[in-house]
Design a protein around this ligand. Structure first.
Ligand code: SAH
Ligand code: MG
Length: 230
């Protein structure tokens, strides 16, 4: 899968992105439709006023380009986290598997070389900073308040809820929690991201702030980074 099917081009292309970046996004493998990616750029631009952005689920960097495009000043940083071994649905035999992402030397998925290539081609090496590791492991050592947390990692129930448990409380007051692949109807997709969204709402710490396609975002309206959000 090249992601080209996600890129309508023409009239729907985000006008504020430079043409070369739009072209690079179009040829970057991934799972981020243009309208949702454009929403990410807008959200990141707002979030940078509060703190850095952290994305769970880099894959090959498609969404990271939309987030990085919002950076304006030194210090506007997008951390993008992934163990680069793929999710359940990208393993061989599964719907979203791409054989090109398999390292022939090991037979395992390795999307890190694709991510590095994407970031370098965009000229975003000072903006988009990869973190390579298991989400829960990194979360245990994270201490930095976030302007925005974008959750687009593993979609299994255990992994998704670990992402919430490990990361959601690091959203700063006034910051944004954005969740991808939110499908209230099980016929449209797996439920864990939707349950994560419900959990955020029910915590009382977040208030719904918008939707675009399967992307939903909430604003942290009570407490501050580090305070529990359960
Ligand atoms: N945002 C990407 C798509 C992400 S796909 C885009 O725009 O195209 C989901 C990614 O989450 C996969 O690359 C997978 O390796 C990663 N992932 C899944 N579970 C993870 C975990 N527990 N820790 C770190 N990364 C994980
Ligand atoms: Mg996704």
């Amino acid at each position: 899968m090249t992601g080209d099917e996600n890129w309508p081009g023409g009239a729907d292309s985000p006008p504020e992105l430079p043409a070369e970046l739009v072209a690079l996004i179009g040829r970057t493998k991934g799972f981020m439709p243009a309208a949702e990616g454009t929403a990410l750029t807008r959200l990141a631009a707002e979030a940078f006023r509060i703190g850095p952005v952290l994305e769970i689920g880099s894959y090959c960097g498609k969404s990271a380009l939309y987030l990085g495009a919002a950076a304006r000043i030194p210090g506007d940083i997008v951390f993008t986290l992934d163990h680069h071994r793929g999710s359940e649905e990208t393993q061989p035999g599964w719907e979203h598997h791409d054989p090109e992402t398999v390292d022939p030397a090991t037979g395992r998925i390795d999307t890190l070389p694709f991510l590095r290539q994407t970031i370098a081609e965009a000229g975003f090496e000072d903006v988009v900073v990869p973190i390579v590791g298991e989400s829960a492991t990194v979360a245990r050592h994270w201490r930095t308040p976030l302007g925005m947390l974008f959750v687009d990692g593993g979609h299994g129930a255990a992994v998704a809820s670990a992402d919430y448990d490990g990361w959601a409380h690091w959203v700063a007051g006034g910051g944004i929690l954005a969740i991808h692949d939110v499908f209230p109807d099980p016929a449209d997709g797996g439920q864990p991201p939707y349950h994560l969204w419900l959990r955020a709402l029910e915590s009382g710490a977040f208030t719904e702030a918008g939707r675009e396609g399967s992307l939903r975002w909430l604003r942290r309206t009570t407490g501050r980074a580090g305070d529990p959000v359960v």
